[in-house]
Design a protein around this ligand. Structure first.
Ligand code: PTJ
Length: 256
């Protein structure tokens, strides 16, 4: 792996790129995953590479929803496995929610490698699903339809980081609550999800770990209140406003 000097002003961003490049070399991440990350980076530049208040509010709501869930499942793709393997395993343990490998550019070899990678990062074998799919999500014509009956297929709440809009919409049609993590507030996924966290996956998952620890002893009614008071459309609008206000303050654009 290329050693990024710690003193580099874009150290964190360059380390993420290295993790993804290493993910491709290890057969975990798809080549297309690099392009998807580049799109995310562009939005993160506009956001200011930090968690903005509406994103934090969405994260808190997402955690409340996961804590209230009967059967929560965390979906893992090639980018998630490369960028936040130990963090996603930690979150899965804190929430007692299984991980399910679900990838768009599916090959059985890549599924196997992602599974090995998650096990290496401490996931218990029986908490990693997706290598033996036995159900199909209705309405999808690509490999992301493949699901585990005891996993995403029967889940009531699904965390889907870096998702494509198709499956997000299909899961919502099945009556599930879908939590997306997507730096692009304009994406189809962001619009279709029940809760969209417009934040970088690394920051979002770390915030989720912290908030799960904070909220795990809260009463059901407190958690329900957090969920009821949240409106995804309003939150996305607040994110777009926050981005625009930031750019105006930087004197990059002028609004009439
Ligand atoms: O491993 P696979 O085969 O499942 O492939 C994974 C990718 C990401 C390639 C696949 O799901 C895909 O093509 O996704 P899309 O449709 O490009 O959507 C990815 C979304 O994630 C885009 O809207 C990006 O802006 C966003 N994104 C990219 N990097 C990050 C991100 N969001 C949060 N954190 C990031 N680091």
């Amino acid at each position: 792996m290329f050693q990024v000097p710690k003193s580099h002003p874009r150290y964190e961003s360059l380390v993420k790129r290295e993790k993804l490049a290493e993910g491709v070399r290890a057969g975990i991440t798809s080549f297309q995953g690099l392009i998807a990350h580049g799109r995310g980076e562009a939005f993160d530049y506009l956001i200011g590479e930090r968690t903005l208040p509406p994103a934090f509010e969405a994260t808190r709501t997402a955690v409340a929803m996961l804590l209230l869930a009967r059967h929560p499942v965390l979906s893992v793709n090639g980018n998630v496995a490369a960028l936040v393997p130990s963090e996603i395993v930690k979150l899965s343990k804190l929430l007692d929610a299984p991980l399910e490998i679900n990838i768009f550019y599916r090959t059985e070899e890549r599924v196997r490698r992602i599974k090995e990678h998650l096990l290496k990062h401490g996931a218990p074998e029986n908490k990693v699903l997706g290598d033996k799919p036995d159900a199909l999500i209705p309405g999808l014509e690509h490999a992301r339809a493949k699901a585990a009956k005891e996993g995403i297929y029967s889940a009531d709440v699904v965390l889907t980081p870096l998702e494509d809009g198709d499956r997000c919409e299909a899961l919502v049609r099945m009556g599930k609550k879908v939590i997306a993590i997507d730096l692009n507030p304009l994406s189809r996924t962001a619009r279709a999800a029940t809760v969209t966290i417009v934040d970088d996956i690394t920051r979002a998952v770390n915030n989720m770990i912290r908030l799960t620890t904070e909220l795990k002893d809260a009463s059901r009614s407190e958690l329900e209140k957090l969920v009821e008071n949240f409106d995804n459309k309003e939150n996305l609008q607040a994110m777009l406003r926050a981005i625009t206000e930031r750019l105006v303050q930087l004197d990059i654009i002028e609004l009439d």
